[in-house]
Design a protein around this ligand. Structure first.
Ligand SMILES: [Ca+2]
Length: 252
């Protein structure tokens, strides 16, 4: 299987208007122009990521080996972030083996690193990531779309599909009625960035599929302690001193 090692987004005036970004093969580069969508070459094909709803936009993306890293800015409090992913059907599929090393079909997939930067004024306390074959409906058991592979199945070049995050330490994969990963036990304050990493697989590739990244707003970060500014303290000292001198004059 041949993989393009990395891609850069081709920036043009048309793209700045929100049209799709085209990718060319330039190693380890990153686009920095915000857009509603990006296309990245990977796995013999191309994947397109489009922001569908929620307070976020795509800043750019990179491809390194079989990993796509997508940089997104979250700008508000609507944390129901939905990405549309087109092009899974264009990828060269992986051969899958069972626990005995015997052939067990094939799957299209890629490692995905979702990098979210918190540009809002709220702290995030958890994030759930959920796959959808049909927009608005959680991916069902048996529809082929899932995070990682079923138990006992593997791709010879990968044996571990454990999802990770650099800011949330409690990570639970949910396969009961949906395909989701719940990230918790962590905080992402305003201005900070969080990375989520997992493998998206589809044994019956369809296009498009959808990734929902969901959280809820928490309370505002605590205000700093209300300490008077130094010049106010000096002014207060001067007024108090003058009043003391006046009182002394009256008693003479
Ligand atoms: Ca599924």
């Amino acid at each position: 299987m041949s993989w393009l090692l990395s891609s850069i987004l081709d920036r043009t005036p048309l793209l700045r208007t929100g049209a799709l970004l085209a990718a060319t093969a330039t190693p380890f580069a990153i686009a920095t122009t915000p857009a509603s969508a990006v296309s990245l070459s990977i796995g013999g094909g191309s994947l397109n990521f489009q922001a569908r709803s929620g307070d976020f936009n795509i800043q750019g993306g990179t491809v390194t080996g079989n990993t796509i890293t997508l940089f997104q800015d979250v700008t508000g409090t609507d944390l129901d972030l939905v990405l549309q992913i087109d092009g899974l059907t264009s990828l060269t599929s992986f051969d899958v083996v069972d626990e005995f090393g015997m052939p067990a079909g094939s799957v299209s997939g890629f490692w995905f690193e979702s990098v979210l930067t918190n540009r809002s004024d709220r702290t995030w306390e958890f994030f759930d990531h959920e796959l959808q074959s049909n927009l608005g409906t959680p991916s069902s058991h048996g529809d082929g779309l899932a995070f990682g592979l079923p138990s006992g199945k593997s791709i010879p070049s990968y044996s571990d599909f454990t999802p990770t995050s650099d800011r949330f330490s409690d990570i639970q994969t949910i396969r009961n009625g949906k395909d989701a990963i719940a990230f918790s036990n962590g905080l992402v304050d305003p201005g900070e960035t969080v990375t989520f990493r997992y493998f998206i697989a589809d044994s019956t590739p369809a296009s498009p599929v959808f990734l929902r990244q969901f959280s809820q707003v928490s309370s505002l970060p605590p205000d700093p302690v209300d300490v008077p500014e130094p010049h106010l303290l000096l002014g207060l000292f001067a007024i108090t001193t003058l009043e003391t001198l006046r009182r002394r004059d009256r008693h003479r």
